[in-house]
Design a protein. Structure first.
Length: 220
């Protein structure tokens, strides 16, 4: 990277980061859900039809159903305790965290950039991870659960177009942001952003961004 490009990167005024796959190497909420399923044969069996639906391509609806089954029977306090514990575990584990992304966030924040974390993972889980990993940020936009008698359910899944809409509702001017992602599901936000950076993205994802006419800056 040239010195000029480095200086431009560091002085970007407003930067929006995806979390899973960019700052972390794996999907955090998926890990929480799978952990719940594998510890309960009955929940695992109940989730199998939804897993098959997921594999058939109907991912959004299936993901919500799998999460609801995994979280069934939990109180809100139970969930908070689990999310805090796992967030701390992931945030302290170098196998989970992408060190180059973490350092990039820290550098940009130190240079005065406003950092926004926009993630489909759940809010409490993301908060615990970010705090443990000592990742500075100014705003967190993350998915939310609602409390029901059956257990926590996904009330606001901030993925795809909903991620972009949630950022706008927080007053984030997407037309001015540098957006850092690894996922094609973030196309709605990427299309609106001033600049797109891919971190942790596969070659296939990079080709798909190109195919959709989105010019990106490619990093690790």
């Amino acid at each position: 990277m040239s010195l000029l490009a480095f200086l431009f990167m560091e002085r970007t005024e407003l930067v929006v980061y995806d979390l899973d796959g960019v700052i972390t190497r794996k999907d955090t909420f998926t890990a929480l859900v799978i952990g719940r399923l594998v510890r309960s044969p009955s929940r695992f069996l109940r989730a199998l039809p939804a897993c098959l639906t997921f594999l058939s391509g109907r991912k959004a609806q299936a993901s919500r159903r799998i999460a609801e089954i995994a979280l069934s029977g939990m109180s809100d306090d139970d969930y908070s305790t689990l999310a805090e514990r796992l967030g701390q575990k992931f945030g302290a584990d170098s196998r989970w965290m992408r060190s180059d992304a973490v350092e990039r966030v820290r550098r940009q924040h130190a240079y005065g950039s406003r950092i926004v974390i926009a993630t489909a993972t759940e809010h409490r889980l993301a908060s615990a991870l970010l705090a443990t990993a000592e990742i500075p940020f100014d705003e967190l936009s993350a998915s939310r659960l609602e409390v029901t008698t059956a257990g926590p359910k996904v009330a606001d899944h901030r993925v795809g177009a909903r991620k972009a809409d949630a950022l706008r509702s927080l007053g984030i001017p997407l037309e001015r942001v540098e957006f850092v992602t690894d996922s094609l599901t973030d196309l709605p936000t990427a299309r609106a952003a001033a600049r797109v950076v891919l971190m942790g993205a596969s070659a296939h994802t990079r080709r798909r961004f190109d195919k959709h006419g989105i010019r990106v800056s490619r990093t690790s």
